[in-house]
Design a protein around this ligand. Sequence first.
Ligand SMILES: Cc1cc2nc3c(=O)[nH]c(=O)nc-3n(C[C@H](O)[C@H](O)[C@H](O)COP(=O)(O)O)c2cc1C
Length: 300
Amino acid sequence: MVHIDTAIAGIQLSNPMMLASGILDENGYTMLEILKKGAAAVVTKSIGTSERTGYKPPVVVPIQGGLLNAVGLANPGIDNFRDEMKIALSGNRPVFGSIFGATADEFLQLGLKMEEYGATAVELNLSCPHVAGYGTEVGSDPVLVEDIVNTLKSNLKIPVFAKLSPNVTDIVEIAKAAQKADALVLINTVRAMSIDIHARKAVLTNRYGGLSGQAIKNVGVRYVYEVSKETGKEIIGVGGIENAEDLIEYIMAGASAVQIGTALYTQGKDVFSRIAAGLVEFMESEGFNRISEMIGVAVE
Ligand SMILES: Cc1cc2nc3c(=O)[nH]c(=O)nc-3n(C[C@H](O)[C@H](O)[C@H](O)COP(=O)(O)O)c2cc1C
């Protein structure tokens, strides 16, 4: 008998898949729908201290192998997010509140609100690649990363996840700076751009954006492997997962669970049930009984 349940930071998950931040998760009802479609948990859109409208369209464009986006951290602001959390939590599955800020104090205020709203854990977005002053600008400074993670760990009761960026020179240095986090989330999108050759200009209004989807899967697998090997920390893998084989690669590279974003656009919302079926089939044919038997088996 095959069991596909797993755990991250002591939180039980009925299967290893959760919804990634930024995709269908600014609204409580769409998060509920994703849970009904088979995700074991959802991560919310990254929420900041106040409402932001983000960049002018186009903010998401399909390109070969995935999506290019520069949404600009558009979000309703933390005070307007209480009701969405309540609705998402009515699904009786874990809801992870993603937050972004420019300083440790901003992250702390947001983290305390998410805890008050009932979030199962907070996910710190230290990695958005396209907004000045936030995300990677914060997440590529190991001193600031350590300060933010340690401040939240000392003041919150719920687990703290740190979502790191691939757009840094030395991921292990940043991962070590975040070592007090209960789990690391790897990776956010890869900085990229696309040119409209007829218009003779960048496709995105922000010019640069973040690449997600199939094209970044092997980048993500490598980051998970390297950070797992060098730090031994619990990891949630994310980037380009579309099928059971992709998920299993991440698990064998050291992830205990994964997140799925772009595949919801490219494969539809049934992606969770399809991957779960493929996972069971693989485990049966390869003689694995539990996910824990596969975590990190490729790491040497
Ligand atoms: C349209 C869009 C919006 C996103 N917004 C966020 C966000 O608000 N916070 C965040 O941490 N990651 C955000 N991401 C990144 C995803 O959570 C994920 O790390 C990345 O897309 C790689 O996974 P995927 O290939 O399965 O999409 C966004 C991605 C996309 C495509």
